[in-house]
Design a binder for this molecule. Structure first.
Ligand SMILES: [Zn+2]
Length: 365
């Protein structure tokens, strides 16, 4: 695990420039993550006891989740014909009603990125029983933060003047989380302001509205908008804690909006062993140099074609590589048939299906 431990060192360079994944980054990730402003104000437990708890619950949950037949798997090297990890986003009920039964036909687990505040929130979302059914079948619960919290820093694309209350940045995602505090910084000067909501009157003119004026000038290109450190910790720590309190081992992260950058990387390794979607544009991860904090994921039904997916699966099998395939099961085009045919292609090529946690164990060393 040496190269992966190396990457756990904190990376300096506070100002991230985004991951450059514009086209797919909206990706249907829910925009109704705007709800709540009551982001726990409880005193955080100290880090060391958090870690102890984490290890304990990991151990016990991992035992619970190990199907007996896995005992024969002693080889921890990457499988010869490669592996794929299916990662479903957001935890909608369709993960359970649509994806799960098809995966069961192939005895193939998947990883689900769960927003801890969405669990059981309405009939549209999986509840505790659904998640338990998944983990009993060998699926992995990954954190998708507390409330679909963007973890990246976004560059300002327009200058901010002292009297401004609207911030125009390359992404306006912070505008979805009314009541949270954002930091605007150019590295020399920082201000923090409460978010009033999403501003702008058309799709190409959206902004993050602040409760109060910036009271400082920031230049486009030099400054970023991001969550300050305390909220980054909260989004990552409390999601993991809440899901672990439900009884799940949570060691990986699915970054909301597929946005993961240097700013995210300053916080994530403290809580998680890897990220499903640190990069996108490809779904193939080389087995020789797999870094779980730089995992490449790409969708397998949305934004692609069957030919392209099959071609990548050929390459994964040829190279013994790790494929990470994403989907939003609530989307209409993500049908049982499309999931089934993909699993069949995977099966036909002798590629193993595993969770992200298992993939990290097998590939990251
Ligand atoms: Zn999402």
């Amino acid at each position: 695990m040496s190269n992966y431990l190396l990457t756990r060192r904190r990376i300096l360079g506070a100002i991230g420039s985004g991951t450059g994944g514009g086209a797919v980054s909206l990706a249907g990730c829910t925009t109704n993550a705007t709800d709540s402003t009551e982001t726990a104000n409880e005193t955080p437990e100290n880090t060391s006891s958090d870690n102890e708890n984490k290890n304990e619950s990991n151990d016990s949950a991992a035992e619970d989740q190990q199907p007996e037949e896995k005992e024969e798997e002693e080889n921890l090297d990457p499988p010869e014909n490669g592996a794929v990890v299916f990662v479903y986003d957001d935890g909608p009920i369709e993960d359970y009603t649509k994806a799960f039964p098809v995966h069961q036909e192939f005895n193939a687990p998947a990883t689900v990125g769960i927003v801890s505040k969405f669990v059981g929130r309405s009939d549209d979302w999986m509840n505790l029983e659904h998640l338990e059914a998944l983990t009993t079948a060998g699926w992995e619960i990954s954190s998708h933060t507390v409330q679909h919290t963007p973890l990246a820093a976004y560059e300002l694309i327009e200058d901010a003047k002292p009297e401004d209350t609207a911030i125009h940045a390359e992404e306006y995602r912070h505008g979805h989380q009314e009541g949270l505090t954002v930091e605007i910084t150019d590295g020399n000067h920082s201000v923090t302001r409460e978010v009033a909501g999403l501003g702008g009157d058309s799709d190409d003119n959206l902004s993050v509205e602040l409760e109060h004026p910036v009271k400082h000038s920031f230049s486009a290109g030099d400054a970023v908008i991001r969550y300050p450190a305390d909220q980054m910790h909260e989004a990552l720590r409390e999601s993991q804690r809440d899901l672990e309190e439900l009884g799940f081992a949570v060691t990986t992260l699915l970054a909301p909006y597929d946005d993961f950058d240097e700013w995210s990387m300053e916080f994530v390794p403290e809580y998680y062993d890897g990220v499903a979607n640190a990069r996108h544009g490809s779904r193939i991860n080389d087995s020789e140099e797999f870094n779980p904090y730089a995992t490449q994921r790409r969708y397998f039904i949305e934004f692609t074609s069957p030919e392209y997916v099959k071609q990548d699966l050929d390459e994964i099998a040829d190279r013994g590589a790790l494929g990470v395939l994403g989907a939003h099961s609530a989307k209409k085009e993500v049908t049982e048939e499309r999931i089934r045919e993909t699993l069949q292609w995977v099966n036909d090529r002798g590629i193993e299906v595993m969770t992200l946690r298992e993939a990290i164990e097998r590939f990251a060393h």
